[in-house]
Design a protein around this ligand. Structure first.
Ligand code: UDP
Ligand code: MG
Length: 326
């Protein structure tokens, strides 16, 4: 990446916005000041996720004065993850940074991310050292959630990272082709692969306003994370069923030894029947998970580079997409 002169490098910053009128003026001022002192060019893409306050008007005003500022306005509130997905599709930059519009993710971290990107990393996560001003409840639940997700999901999502991260154009291109309903962006980014690393930072307090993530939205995010990257919940039933059948037969042995009564028979049948039913459910779940995997149309794989072919395809490609193009 060192062959690109710095001034020609364009960095896109994607900022989802939902009812942030209280904090936006400061965010805008901070970002204006920040990009004025950077060696790279910047575009700042605000995604107004159906704000009901003056956020869009505030952004309109700054867009008229400053070319770096851009806005995508949603027709209604679609949610943080979808706002991010839209923003990165519009981004033209050589690298794309996603950050909150409430300045909890400080822009001063971006140069450190760019440095890592120039060293060859395609994804640079912001890893939170502290989470100032967030309730103990939020910290504890977030931590527990990431641990559970790590255990049961098929991919390695780094613990204690949010959506603050830099991604290379290649990664963004792959993400843009992933048309997942209920996207869980941080999982998708891990899934894409390539060289990934993190830079540590202190997560600041919100500059103004309150969190736009009530418990209901947090639960939705957690559910999306688990259901997009793990089919284990669909298979739990199988395990329970199997266990129940084993218990049934162990019980049978003990019952036979101690003299068999009709109550024994009833208990045995109950465990056996429940086990068979749960096992059947679980089998249906296994097929369902396969159908689910294929409806999502995730690429089968992502190629980083090929060697020795006459036509070098260094872009991230997948078998499916090649077939579509051909
Ligand atoms: N946000 C959004 N749509 C929503 C909820 C939040 O675009 O439905 C934005 C919000 O304006 C902020 C970012 O997503 O820029 C993260 O939200 P928030 O700061 O409320 O989450 P927290 O930092 O409390 O987890
Ligand atoms: Mg925030």
């Amino acid at each position: 990446m060192s062959d690109i002169s710095q001034k020609e490098t364009l960095i896109s910053v994607v900022l989802p916005v939902y009812n942030e009128e209280e904090g936006l003026p400061q965010t805008i001022a901070t970002l204006k000041e920040f990009i004025a002192h950077q060696p790279e060019s910047y575009e700042l893409i605000f995604v107004d996720d159906g704000s009901k306050d003056n956020s869009a008007e505030i952004l309109h005003q700054v867009i008229e004065q400053n070319q770096a500022f851009k806005m995508i306005q949603f027709s209604r509130n679609f949610g943080h993850q979808i706002a991010i997905s839209a923003g990165i599709r519009y981004a033209k930059g050589d690298a794309v940074v996603v950050m909150d519009a409430d300045l909890q993710d400080p822009p001063e971290v971006i140069p450190a991310m760019i440095k890592k990107w120039r060293e060859g990393y395609e994804v640079v996560y912001g890893e939170r050292l502290s989470r100032e001003g967030e309730s103990e409840f939020k910290k504890a639940t977030a931590h527990a959630f990431y641990q559970i997700l790590k255990r049961i999901s098929s991919i390695d999502i780094p613990v204690d990272t949010g959506d603050f991260r830099l991604m290379s154009k290649r990664v963004v291109n792959v993400l843009s082709r992933m048309n997942e309903s209920d996207p869980y962006v941080r999982g998708m980014v891990s899934w894409v692969g390539f060289k990934q690393c993190s830079v540590e930072y202190e997560r600041a307090q919100r500059t103004a306003g309150t969190s736009k993530y009530p418990l209901s939205k947090m639960l939705k995010l957690a559910t999306d994370g688990i259901t997009s990257f793990s089919t284990i919940p669909l298979k739990i039933s199988s395990w329970l069923g199997g266990t129940s059948i084993v218990i049934a037969f162990i019980y049978l042995v003990f019952a036979l030894v101690g003299g068999f009564t009709s109550l024994n028979f009833l208990t045995f049948s109950l465990f056996l029947l429940a086990g068979v039913m749960m096992l059947t459910f679980g089998m249906a779940g296994t097929y369902l998970s396969r159908i689910f995997d294929s409806t999502r149309e995730r690429p089968l794989y992502v190629v980083a580079q090929t060697d020795g072919f006459q036509v070098h395809k260094t872009d991230a490609i997948s078998l499916k997409q090649q077939a579509h193009q051909g």
